[in-house]
Design a protein around this ligand. Structure first.
Ligand code: SF4
Length: 478
């Protein structure tokens, strides 16, 4: 189950590129968050070693996932929790809706959970008659706007403060004073959400990491809503991808060292909660029941594929922030709940290329995503693999195959390759103005729709090399 793509990818992209307000908001926020990330990692001595260690932990866990899943399930159950393995999205939503019906639950409060977005849990619960209230501020705004998140940790990165103020006026009848600035709007959200926590009988959360050795759930939030969701309602359901495990508490400490720093630049997320089992008889708070839903939904297939490394992801969002494509088009243009570089791999890896064949091409392959990833996932390598698979499966447009066949014929004949290079250099000089081509003709116009094309060098590398060997001017400087 995925977010249906309403338009072809290139149409969504063109619409996003034409939205100046969106472009401005994305550039401003991603630049600020990347600066914070740099500062956060600089505060961590030997941060590269921490990143290497975090990567080893993720690689080790995924290599022994069957063992760690067994251990995790045993420990959650030993501490009074229930675990349900959901092979598909349908299995997962059916389990939660059946549970709600069986316990007579009527109102759910939720903290942020990407996997719930992935399986459209809210829609299913609402169809089953439950009221569902998002309590993460960004997710609440998304819910009020009947929108979708556009970033894995900043769901409303596409909205400015004035957008949210307008929304609160329209949907909540907020006064000008209540939306005067961000603190005022936050205060309004607190006042509106507090009664929802107190009246809910079901709390639904995501899980950042499950600790196999103890059956502990680690849930990170910056607003404290995660604590209320997981302790006030009488039933807590934790939704978790099967890959989100670490072996033990020391391993958790390592991945937490790099998670918040890579995400927001914080040393640690403000509320880093460790929950082990439901309320015990000698305790005063906590849920009566804890249910952990382990969602597979394609992950075990990815595990044995050339894209398995993408499951190391700890959902920090840094690769989105640094990606020049994401910075221009934002998350909605990807059409998937997982946007940006991680989504361009994870989405087709999980659900195939029938619907998502364009996503691996939504990258300049600049490598910035690999540079910033706290667990050093080689996203560019997997994007190329997915592109190659798409070609092997006959998904590439016919003009690409014809163009490559023509290139092969030219490139195999040095005299022809040289002549074609000189003709192309001459042609680009004819079309250029001050060294740049603003608009290429015919089918090449797409290249220059949103960027300029440089004039090709007048002489080839071989020409320059010969000049250098003979000592003529114009050769490359050493
Ligand atoms: S792929 Fe790496 S950088 Fe991107 S969200 Fe996952 S952990 Fe963060």
């Amino acid at each position: 189950m995925t977010t249906p793509a309403p338009q072809p990818f290139h149409q969504r992209t063109e619409a996003a590129l034409a939205d100046a307000h969106l472009n401005q908001t994305l550039r401003r926020v991603t630049a600020r968050v990347l600066d914070s990330r740099t500062a956060g990692l600089e505060r961590l001595p030997a941060s590269d070693d921490w990143r290497d260690h975090a990567r080893r932990i993720r690689a080790h866990t995924l290599a022994h996932l069957d063992r760690y899943l067994d251990e995790f399930v045993t420990n959650v159950e030993a501490r009074g929790g229930h675990v349900h393995y959901a092979r598909t999205a349908e299995d997962a939503v059916t389990y939660v809706t059946d549970l709600a019906r069986a316990r007579g639950l009527t109102k759910a409060v939720k903290s942020k959970s990407m996997i719930s977005e992935e399986i459209h849990l809210n829609d299913h619960l609402e169809r089953a008659g439950l009221q569902v209230v998002e309590t993460d501020l960004g997710e609440w705004v998304v819910q009020l706007a009947q929108d979708h998140p556009s970033h894995v940790i900043m769901p409303i990165i596409h909205k400015s403060a004035s957008d949210v103020a307008d929304l609160f006026r329209r949907t909540l009848g907020a006064t000008d004073e209540e939306v005067a600035d961000v603190p005022a709007m936050t205060k309004l959200a607190r006042a509106r959400l507090r009664p929802e926590f107190l009246s809910a009988d079901l709390g639904i959360s995501g899980v950042n990491f499950g600790v196999a050795g103890t059956g502990t759930l680690c849930i990170c939030t910056n607003e404290g809503n995660g604590r209320l969701v997981t302790t006030l309602p009488r039933v807590h359901v934790a939704m978790m991808g099967i890959e989100r495990l670490v072996p033990d508490i020391p391993s958790l400490g390592t991945v937490l060292q790099v998670l918040a720093r890579s995400a927001t630049g914080q040393n640690l997320t403000v509320y880093t909660n460790l929950l082990t089992g439901p309320r015990r008889p000698d305790e005063f708070d906590g849920p009566e029941e804890l249910h952990v839903v382990l969602v597979d939904n394609g992950r075990s297939t990815v595990l044995g594929s050339t894209e398995a490394e993408i499951l190391y992801c700890i959902r920090c969002g840094a690769c989105l922030n640094v990606c020049p494509v994401y910075q221009q088009i934002g998350g909605h243009a990807y059409g998937s709940v997982y946007p940006g570089p991680v989504g361009a791999v994870l989405t087709p890896a999980l659900w195939g290329q029938d619907e998502w064949t364009d996503l691996p091409h939504a990258s300049s392959l600049c490598g910035a995503c690999r540079e910033v990833c706290p667990v050093r996932i080689d996203i560019p390598r997997m994007l190329l693999t997915l592109r190659a698979k798409g070609v092997d499966e006959g998904r590439a447009p016919s003009w690409i195959g014809q163009g490559l066949a023509m290139f092969r014929r030219v490139a195999a004949r040095p005299w022809l390759f040289g002549a074609a290079g000189r003709a192309a250099a001459f042609g680009t000089r004819l079309l250029a103005s001050r060294g740049w081509i603003r608009r290429l003709p015919g089918p090449l116009a797409g290249w220059t729709a949103s960027r300029d094309f440089p004039v090709m060098a007048g002489d080839s590398f071989q020409d320059r090399w010969k000049k250098r060997q003979t000592g003529k001017p114009g050769g490359p400087q050493s």
